[in-house]
Design a protein around this ligand. Structure first.
Ligand SMILES: *[C@@H]1O[C@H](CO)[C@@H](O)[C@H](O)[C@H]1NC(C)=O
Length: 187
């Protein structure tokens, strides 16, 4: 019976304790800095972004387009440039559109979603100049069996309630989407 086990036990306890102290010092040092960076007018609720989820007209269309082999697919986000939205607003609206397309297609065409995920989940941001253009693009996509979801902003900031801000098209094979949005410019 030597004292070696006790020594090892002590060493282990000291090691664990210093590890924990290091951990808490790390957490303590990190949290206030992170919080500090979040301070400012952008972080409050009034500036948060909301959408009104309207699926009307979107779910009726057949989203039955197929991707073959390893052919490239993409999701296109068409942003209305005439609204003069801030970068942050555009980012949030594009997030809404991506999620809306994903949620729609995961139900109606899961094979296409899996294909898109496997081939890199390409997303392209394009711009158009008016609500009418956005509606025409949506109709054009749906006529080809491509998912097309428009986002109506709840209008708490920057734009009027119900304003259509972004149209998500796809994911779908590049060759099909380009028939709809091939003439549009990058955002
Ligand atoms: C956006 O900016 C343009 C150019 O400054 C201006 O003519 C237009 O009225 C603005 N649109 C809105 C919705 O504020």
């Amino acid at each position: 019976m030597s004292s070696t086990p006790n020594l090892w036990g002590t060493a282990a306890a000291v090691g664990l304790a210093s590890g924990l102290i290091g951990y808490f010092v790390g957490v303590g040092a990190t949290l206030p800095i992170t919080r500090g960076l979040e301070k400012g007018p952008q972080a409050n609720d009034e500036e948060s972004d909301y959408e009104t989820d309207s699926e009307a007209g979107d779910t009726d269309a057949l989203q039955n387009v197929k991707a073959e082999g390893d052919e490239p697919c993409k999701l296109v986000l068409v942003v209305r440039s005439d609204l003069n939205m801030t970068k942050g607003k555009i980012a949030a609206q594009c997030g809404h559109a991506t999620l809306a397309c994903y949620k729609t297609l995961i139900r109606s065409n899961p094979a296409l979603i899996k294909h898109w995920e496997r081939t890199g989940q390409a997303k392209i941001a394009l711009k158009c100049e008016s609500e009418e253009d956005l509606q025409l693009l949506q109709a054009s996509a749906q006529s080809l069996g491509v998912c097309a979801r428009s986002i109506q902003d709840a209008g708490r900031t920057q734009v009027d309630p119900g304003t259509t801000t972004v149209l998500g098209i796809g994911p779908a094979p590049v060759r099909v989407i380009n028939q709809v949005t091939g003439h549009l410019r990058l955002l």
